[in-house]
Design a protein around this ligand. Sequence first.
Ligand code: G3H
Ligand code: 13P
Ligand code: NA
Ligand code: ZN
Length: 328
Amino acid sequence: ALITLRQLLDHAAEHGYGVPAFNINNMEQGLAIVKAAAEVDAPVILQASRGARSYAGDIMLRRMVEALAEMNPTIPICLHQDHGNNLATCMSAIRHGFTSVMMDGSLLEDMKTPADYDYNVAVTAKVSEAAHAVGASVEGELGVLGSLETGEAAAEDGSGAEGKLDHSQLLTDPDQAVDFVMRTRCDALAIACGTSHGAYKFTRKPDGDILAMHVIEAIHQRLPGTHLVMHGSSSVPQHLQDLINQAGGEMPQTYGVPVEEIERGIRMGVRKVNIDTDCRMAMTGHFRKVAQDKPEEFDPRKFMIPAMNELTALCRDRFERFGTAGHA
Ligand code: G3H
Ligand code: 13P
Ligand code: NA
Ligand code: ZN
């Protein structure tokens, strides 16, 4: 059944587990992710970016997720707008069956320019009021995602945003977080702790200097009733980098967020863990491998099936390690 983010994360908080939020754009991703959820009896968040909505279309996305729910009647599913950029985006998502929306007011509407605090509070409060009136949940974001290595803010698409930021903008301030949640009434809060979107997060395995997990604990202590969200949580596994590169890809060596750091984050209060890049790599790696191993092959299903199996395996692993398994 489709449920709200609030319902789903309240349960996660009560039982001390985290829920992965996987991005979807098409049927194959949906089938593979929900298959993993069903195999381990886990609730799941399926999130669609603005790009996903224009790629698949709102009607298709809604019907696809309704179909996944009908096919898996015991699995709680939340359909969430990832990185909404204004009130209109969030409200049109809700009209199309989304049970939850993210209003990302850490950036201006262009999703590239870091916004000031007052703008963020005002736009997120407006979305909360409108979404709550119709029973949908709201995720806000405080602090700009970006690299503590380079000081660069990360745009929604993983490219660099304008200008250099200092650490205070790249790390969520716990006191400001209390004020933000009080004034916006958001259900979940995305925080910045040194992660960024895309595959190129860190140039080395991150330590406490470039992945500041301690801010999570400080925020959770002050806001025990707000569900914390970690964006940019792909681990960029070495085996998927190797799979891609051994099949003719050219991804330079890179490091993501180690899964054990996410497990630590969940112990410190993280409830929603956003993962897109790993899912993309799982599928693309197998597209490349089939193309390389079987150059005579032209049936798309022969490309999709191993890609979906790799994605299902990845999702299963995250459900198990985040403690989501068994909680459907
Ligand atoms: O936060 C960004 C997500 O990975 C979605 O990416 O806008 O290319 O669909 P996208
Ligand atoms: P990754 O690029 O690390 O998968 O992050 C995805 C994300 O935060 C979507 O909102
Ligand atoms: Na989101
Ligand atoms: Zn994100």
